[in-house]
Design a protein around this ligand. Structure first.
Ligand code: C5P
Length: 305
């Protein structure tokens, strides 16, 4: 059914945040090819903005960080697929302003999909509530429900089943964005390969109970000491230069550093904002990354602006 926009001149813009996995425990590969995860997500203040307006056909234009690597073919672009999912017979022109690195392990594509879902559901008044949005989000990708949700959350299943996490205080991050991206399936496959080589089928790390306690009490140093990513050895195996980046962040005074999700972005947790600015300046001067950004978390999920 074709929906009419609320007003033909209407456009809707939604802002959606990047994520860092404070803990990423990866279990065995499932028959459907996905891995069972236990993860703690935090949304951080690096935002993409997605604008949709009614049009004769679906189209996508992307500007900003890594825009040339984002597919403009509506069949491949996750934001376009999200728009079609909401209103299959009511095409939209989509504009994406990117600040979240592409193929960076920070769920940039998922943020754009969550933003497009929310934007189209508002533009056309399709009558979707939270449940329909979350179901569509989970179909589009494992990280898309968290991009809608934001804040801090525990993810299970393939990462799409969320429960909120109590988190006190503000966390100051430095993000080192690598020169070349990593594809998520390639990193999971590399982890399977490394585990098979070591004769391990399932080496999932223990549940992140201590991390959840540290977040609830707002103990930044304890959180830093508990950052953990089972995908990190696979990302380092595929991009060995990331070891240098992680060392440079520690040398610059970060409390701790971790590869974000499937990488290659490295996320460094700092004691406060001034420390983050100092660490960012040092990393930028050290030439270990394509770009260096500061960000704070947690921030809300996708919002109409
Ligand atoms: O869900 P999404 O499309 O973002 O996942 C991209 C790819 O990452 C999957 O096709 C799969 O190879 C890998 N993945 C996985 N286990 C998960 C999530 C993603 O193996 N829990």
């Amino acid at each position: 059914m074709a929906f009419k926009p609320r007003d033909l001149s209407d456009s809707v813009t939604v802002r959606a945040a990047a994520k860092i996995n404070l803990h990423l425990g990866v279990g065995a590969a499932r028959p459907d090819g996905y891995h069972e995860l236990t993860t703690v997500f935090q949304a951080v203040s690096l935002f993409d903005e997605v604008t949709v307006r009614p049009a004769g056909a679906v189209s996508v234009v992307t500007r900003g960080e890594g825009a040339d690597q984002v597919p403009d073919d509506p069949a491949q672009n996750l934001a376009a697929r999200a728009a079609v999912r909401v209103a299959p017979d009511s095409p939209v022109a989509i504009e994406i302003d990117k600040a979240i690195p592409v193929a960076g392990g920070m769920a940039g594509g998922s943020a754009d999909a969550a933003a497009a879902l929310l934007a189209c559901s508002r533009l056309f008044d399709v009558g979707w509530g939270g449940e329909e949005l979350v179901a569509a989000a989970a179909d589009l990708g494992s990280d898309v429900p968290f991009a809608l949700h934001g804040g801090t959350a525990l993810g299970t299943g393939r990462g799409e089943r969320l429960s909120p996490v109590l988190s006190r205080g503000e966390y100051h991050w430095v993000l080192a964005i690598a020169k070349t991206g990593l594809s998520t399936p390639t990193v999971f496959a590399e982890l399977d390969r490394l585990r098979a080589k070591d004769g391990v089928d399932d080496e999932s790390s223990p549940p992140p109970d201590e991390l959840l306690r540290a977040l609830a009490s707002g103990d930044v140093e304890r959180v830093a000491s508990l950052l953990h990513n089972d995908l990190q050895p696979a990302a380092l195996s595929l991009q060995p230069t990331l070891r240098r980046t992680l060392r440079a962040g520690a040398d610059a005074g970060a409390l701790a550093g971790v590869v974000s999700g499937s990488g290659p972005t490295c996320a460094f947790l700092c004691g406060d904002e001034e420390s983050a600015v100092r660490v960012a300046a040092e990393l930028a001067g050290g030439g270990v990354a394509k770009a260096v950004r500061t960000a704070r978390g947690p921030v809300p999920g996708a919002r109409v602006i």
